[in-house]
Design a binder for this molecule. Sequence first.
Ligand code: ATP
Ligand code: MG
Length: 361
Amino acid sequence: MGTIVPGSDLVGREDIIRSLVNRLQRGENLILASPRRTGKTSVAMEILARLQAGGTMTVYLDFFRYAAPEGFALAFTSEVLKNDRILARGLRWVAQQLPVLSEIKTDFGEAVSLAVELQQKRQLSLDAVLDLGEALARRRQRHLVVVLDEFQDAGKFGADVYRTFRSFFQHHQNSTYLFLGSRKGLLEALFIRENEPFFRFASLEALPPVPALVWEGYLRRKLQLAGVTVNKNFARHMAEAAGGHPGDLMHLGNAVMDVWNGELDTGTLLDAAYQLTMSRLTPTFGEMWRLLASHPGAQVVARRVATGDPLYGKSGRKPSSFQVTRAVHFLAEEGILEKVARGHYAFGEKMFADYIRDLEH
Ligand SMILES: Nc1ncnc2c1ncn2[C@@H]1O[C@H](COP(=O)(O)OP(=O)(O)OP(=O)(O)O)[C@@H](O)[C@H]1O
Ligand SMILES: [Mg+2]
């Protein structure tokens, strides 16, 4: 995973940040589905910072981090409590006084019952905590925005977990939800398939590509600060070499600074920086490539798309056309391939396609 970029360093995202802040403030639930390292989490963090500054309560949780629902429930509770220092202090006090207090119903009703559950079971269940933020928002007459990152991974908590979440969220009047995910197709399917519990719960949003001109200006300024003067053409070639992928382009920018020695001509500089970037990304790409091995035909199909070969091979050869269709579907679900036209797919991340093309076969 990349480092989260502070708002001031986020390139070309001001419009989308503003629009999402407004829509969340109006209470619209949203889904932001976009491939790996395109900047979802950085954008979400900036959105939350702006909402907080405006007095909104916020919660951020990444499903990637929790192996079991109990861990998630505990983290959810502590994120909610971060919004209210007095309640958080009250809860700590309640926990200390538990033997005496557990039978008393006070204004801190939720806090007491949570503390009791924690004390008795040493863990919290999802059911016990999912209304907590909403209850606090209602009590304090504030709005709560909850960001659930890599939401498609919540499925690891069990098949019914989405039904559980929906059964709580749908009653929340003071809470608004922003769902993020890099396994684009999988995340979207949760909200657009009629038989899924989250059908029509939120509107789909994409992270738009950053325009080439915006990258050019940013890269030239950033490199200039490091004493590397490059012209527009060079900056444009950089953006092209990284396929406009935000994470990869940032790596490439760093690599240009690392290989720069004041003497290289621009062609050699870009080649060397590209090679260095590729070697730094190789562990990530290797992991992604191994993931594809788990699905029949996915590596073959990925290679065909990367090399521009026809998707479907000769009849009678493996993978069968059925397997190819399934593999394309899988690659789109994982957010690796995007449909560009009917029957045509492309990699969301150019450098991953380059990596695959250069693998020894
Ligand atoms: N608009 C941008 N401006 C500058 N850097 C960016 C931008 N978008 C992404 N990055 C770079 O990409 C890296 C990944 O960003 P971030 O973690 O926000 O993306 P993500 O989509 O949440 O990734 P992941 O799929 O790993 O969760 C950051 O460390 C940063 O270097
Ligand atoms: Mg992320």
